[in-house]
Design a protein around this ligand. Structure first.
Ligand code: NAI
Length: 415
């Protein structure tokens, strides 16, 4: 049970997080403490507890720093964690949820970067640019139109019509491609794109197949030997999703036998842990394959977007209690406070009777409620209560303390 109300907040930004986040924090009155490196568990605890004042603190990390249950327990002032990246495996998400600590990441900051790379590769594959460029480097002049095609009018089959797949759809249509897609969830087709009823139908009708699905039990191996065999002869396969989605041995055979004309692969079943390390793949040496080192989302723009996106989510949560986009808590949204009232933000254990207990406390305070916003998942709820009296009114502080004192309350703030 934690009660936080001080407005003077600090954020510790680790691992060289892009400076695009700083203006947002400053504008929200949050003091920024930036470091270039990651921190170990102990060093992180020390650094967070060493931040000035007794107000709320937030931490921004990328992949190297781990926010564990120990860190969460040792830093009671920790209000929120910003993963300035896509993955959140380095954070104990459930542990944070159970302690009322919200976690945000940046799921679509690099969407456009991936879609652009795929567009470039579709054209490079269609004109066999990489193999002809390699030949030029070797001193060979392989000038020929044979097997080279414009992409206009060709069919692009997109597997997974989420953030990246749908963005790619729009860009491909701008090039004059016909777009079809397959997704397990019903999706609104953008522009003239057409939904396919099955993966098989998409594979049979596409000149280019581009994969944009997550790594799940269903998608692992979804492009195996049988599916690759269902693709059109002379078609191209692109994978910038996750490495285990494609059976790379089967892909190599299809390329060697000329059944597929080419492939562009950015992700692999086994990838080196960091830059500069050795890389091995069965696809190496195939001149039909464009291989890139998981750089689909790696652009300066994506890094800047991540800085902005996560800092906006963190500061919005700090000032208004809104959890839209949170990775570990239900998403509650509420308009900005206007009209001189104030707001109580409460994260609670979602057990029977919790709301009536909170509402009984509010009713006993005799403060008029302007509005309430609630979102719950099985174990936890996020509640915003807007009150009709100003923050400075002493009755509001007493109400916050009474709500924070309920055994179900995990974190209660006055905003
Ligand atoms: P998203 O979650 O927005 O979209 C994924 C889509 O795949 C959803 O529409 C979902 O319904 C669909 N889907 C899930 N299972 C499916 C199945 N079995 N068959 C057909 N459709 C299925 O994800 P987003 O942001 O578009 O990312 C897609 C992939 O790209 C992810 O695997 C992500 O890890 C990867 N990625 C790769 C990057 C790179 O650097 N190469 C950078 C960013 C993302």
């Amino acid at each position: 049970m934690r009660a936080v109300s001080s407005p003077s907040a600090h954020v510790l930004l680790l691992e060289n997080i892009h400076g695009s986040s700083h203006p947002q924090f400053r504008e929200a009155g949050v003091e920024v403490h930036a470091r270039a490196t990651g921190l170990t568990e102990d060093a992180l605890i020390e650094a967070l507890n060493g931040l000035p004042g007794d107000g709320p603190v937030m931490v921004g990390i990328r992949s190297k720093t781990h926010v564990t249950a120990r860190v969460l327990d040792a830093v009671p002032r920790l209000l929120a964690v910003g993963a300035f990246c896509i993955g959140t495996d380095q954070i104990d998400l459930a542990g944070a949820r159970d302690r009322g600590v919200v976690v945000f990441n940046a799921p679509f900051s690099n969407t456009r970067s991936v879609a652009e790379l795929i567009i470039g590769e579709i054209i490079m594959l269609s004109r066999h640019v990489f193999m002809r460029s390699a030949a030029c480097h070797r001193g060979e002049w392989r000038k020929s139109a044979k097997g080279s095609n414009e992409v206009r009018g060709k069919t692009l089959g997109i597997v997974g019509y989420g953030h990246i797949g749908s963005q790619l759809s729009v860009l491909a249509e701008a090039l004059g491609m016909q777009v079809m897609f397959y997704d397990i969830v019903g999706k609104l087709p953008l522009g003239n794109a057409q939904a396919c009823g099955s993966l098989e139908e998409l594979l049979e009708r596409s000149d280019f197949v581009s994969l944009h699905v997550p790594d799940t039990a269903l998608t692992r191996g979804m492009m195996g030997a049988a599916e690759i065999a269902q693709m059109r002869r002379g078609a191209y396969l692109l994978n910038a999703s996750r490495g285990l989605v494609v059976d790379v041995d089967a892909l190599r055979s299809a390329l060697d036998e000329g059944r597929l004309a080419g492939a562009a692969i950015d992700v692999y079943p086994k990838e080196p842990k960091g830059a500069g390390q050795a890389f091995e793949s069965v696809l190496q040496g195939s001149e039909r394959a464009i291989l890139t080192p998981h750089i689909g989302g790696s652009t300066e723009e994506a890094q800047a977007n991540i800085g902005r996106e996560v800092s906006i989510a963190l500061t919005r949560y700090l000032s208004s209690g809104v959890t839209v986009g949170a990775k570990n808590l239900p998403h509650v949204d509420a308009p900005e406070l206007t009209g001189g009232g104030c707001r109580i933000s409460n994260i609670h254990r979602n057990v029977p009777g919790v709301l009536s207990a909170i509402n009984n406390v509010v009713a006993a305070s005799e403060i008029n409620v302007a509005s309430q916003h609630l979102a719950t998942v099985a174990s936890v709820g996020v509640l915003i209560v807007d009150l009709c009296i100003p923050r400075a009114d002493p009755r509001v502080q007493s109400l916050r303390e009474a709500i924070a004192g309920l055994s179900t309350s995990l974190r209660t703030r006055l905003l």
